[in-house]
Design a binder for this molecule. Structure first.
Ligand code: FES
Length: 119
């Protein structure tokens, strides 16, 4: 469970119905000039940066496996979309963001002290 007070919450869609996913089940949105991927897995929404931590490939063009890993389209590294960890190795961490569906929309949380880490 995350500490919700540590995040600034940004409304990114009016409702779940407004989220457009590609054929690979991954959608994108713009927030603070960054591209963020959003996807649904096991009934929950997850968000993560579009830029692969290995060499910057667009993860929105990757695919999800049955375990909830995003597979990078460039070198096939796998990252867990829940915690950002690599599936079968260490070394790179995928930046992830909490996503919440509320009665008034879909929100993405950005850590308050982490704003500069976006740069
Ligand atoms: S750029 Fe994603 S695994 Fe290399």
């Amino acid at each position: 469970m995350i500490n919700r007070k540590k995040y600034n919450w940004h409304k990114v869609f009016d409702s779940e119905a407004g989220i457009k996913l590609g054929e690979n089940g991954i959608g994108t949105l713009q927030l603070n000039d960054k591209t963020i991927c959003i996807t649904k897995f096991d009934g929950e929404w997850y968000a993560f940066t579009n830029s692969c931590p290995h060499a910057g490939a667009p993860l929105s063009e990757g695919c999800l496996d049955a375990k909830g890993n995003i597979i990078c389209p460039f070198h096939n590294y796998k990252f867990n979309i829940k915690n950002g960890r690599m599936a079968n190795a260490d070394g790179y961490i995928l930046k992830t963001y909490p996503a919440e569906v509320r009665p008034d929309g879909v929100f993405i949380g950005i850590k308050k002290e982490g704003l500069l880490s976006w740069l």
